[in-house]
Design a protein around this ligand. Structure first.
Ligand SMILES: [Zn+2]
Length: 434
């Protein structure tokens, strides 16, 4: 790798010192402050740190931290990888990640959806992975349409290889100006933000999915004919213009991925739920874009057990609580998919800055799936959630604190779904994961 210019070396070193100082004084992992200091001293630092590396940028409303982790794990098979493992997904976090691994030939960066155009322009990343776009807290469909439009402009005319989920119409539209796209059929659980064609506003027609996202019985596909059946089952198309779902090269089929050569790979990953199988399918396609074949990437994906505390279990007095993070309506559906219907469930909702102060998004989620299991509601905005559950005819019990909710459980396992700050509070209070 070529040497960084002196000013960039200095900015990078001072940034790392600031990060270390911040960690030592207990102000978090320091990646944001370190990157800010570096960028203050050398505004061009991100571009310089990105030069001469092979980079992948990962963006989506949901699953970007996990997918970043999965891709990192895979690429470690080939060499050192710089990554923003703690979800600091804006330029300061990227500077910090790249500056901590100066000699890593590879970089896998989670990027906030809004920052993708800027970070792509600055870094000139060779690979971009786009998974899903849906309303996030108070954002509404019009805003995510604007985001997708910015992606289109950013990707247009660049040599970047895009790996995108063609089951999400808005992602498809956002990615389709790129010169080279590998389409992955990763499924789409949350459809409420994609009933309209992003190109013309006309209605989108869909075929009902039958495999991993539905409950219907089906035979295992063993041939190309069966692959084609899955493919048509997920088809969507605009009724009024020519915009339609492109043909995927990679297909997530229940617990397996079918690669571009028609080979079927059972994923067998440790992260739970269909959303994570979709993340894994995207990760395999990205790995292949880096020249890493499935047979080498997949065993690495299976090593990932938890991501930034998600899916870990905390224990107190014989109660083992598995923590699921859900930050927006689509995230809640994914968490419901992972939660064990046989277990009681604790829901914890806050409305602090990082959560979004407005809790009206709670009304977008269909909670009826929780009927029939013991439900406990806690968090600072538990009454907002309680009202929503009451309207949905889901019986529940209120608890002042998470500790009280946990104490009300019989010894054994319980699932917890919490939004961002509620999740962090539980992690810091209950500390060590078991
Ligand atoms: Zn249309």
């Amino acid at each position: 790798m070529t040497q960084l210019p002196l000013r960039a070396q200095l900015a990078s070193a001072l940034g790392r010192s600031a990060a270390t100082l911040s960690r030592m004084t207990g102000r978090g992992d320091g990646s944001v402050i370190g990157g800010r200091v570096g960028l203050m001293l050398e505004p061009d630092l991100l571009r310089q740190l990105a030069r001469d590396r092979r980079l992948a940028l990962i963006s989506a409303t949901n699953g970007k931290t996990t997918t970043t982790r999965l891709i990192t794990s895979a690429l470690l098979e080939m060499g050192q990888v710089a990554t923003n493992a703690y979800g600091a997904n804006m330029p300061a976090g990227h500077v910090s990640a790249l500056s901590q691994h100066k000699d890593a030939p590879y970089g896998v960066l989670e990027v906030d959806e809004k920052y993708l155009p800027e970070v792509l322009d600055t870094t000139g990343a060779g690979v971009v992975c786009l998974m899903n776009l849906s309303r996030d807290q108070m954002d509404r469909a019009a805003e995510i349409w604007l985001l997708a439009q910015k992606w289109r402009r950013a990707l247009s005319g660049k040599p970047t290889h895009v790996i995108a989920n063609c089951d999400d119409p808005l992602v498809t539209w956002g990615a389709s100006t790129a010169a080279k796209v590998t389409w992955v059929s990763g499924g789409q659980r949350w459809k409420e933000d994609s009933w309209c064609c992003p190109e013309c506003g006309g209605p989108l027609d869909r075929k009902e999915e039958r495999s991993s996202w539905g409950e219907s019985e089906r035979a295992m596909p063993t041939s190309h004919e069966a692959v084609a059946t899955i493919d048509t089952a997920r088809h969507w198309a605009c009724r009024e213009c020519t915009f339609h779902r492109p043909e995927p090269q990679w297909i997530l089929d229940d617990d397996a991925v079918i690669d571009p050569r028609g080979r079927r790979w059972v994923l067998d990953i440790q992260l739970p739920g269909s959303a994570n199988r979709s993340n894994a399918a995207m990760a395999l396609a990205v790995a292949e874009a880096f020249g890493l074949p499935v047979e080498r990437a997949l065993p690495r994906l299976r090593e990932v057990t938890s991501v930034a505390g998600r899916y870990t279990t905390v224990e107190r007095d014989g109660r083992h609580a598995r923590l699921l993070l859900a930050k927006n309506p689509a995230g809640w559906l994914e968490a419901f998919d992972v939660a064990d219907p046989a277990l009681p469930i604790i829901l914890s909702v806050n409305a602090q800055g990082p959560d979004g102060r407005d809790t009206s998004w709670l009304w977008d989620v269909d909670y009826r799936i929780l009927r029939g299991r013991p439900v406990f509601v806690t968090g600072e905005r538990r009454l907002d959630l309680a009202l929503r559950l009451d309207v949905a005819d889901v019986p529940f019990a209120l608890a002042e604190t998470f500790a009280e909710a946990l104490g009300a459980q019989p010894p054994g396992r319980v699932d917890v779904i919490a939004n961002y700050t509620a999740f962090q509070q539980i992690r810091s209070e209950f500390g060590r994961a078991v």
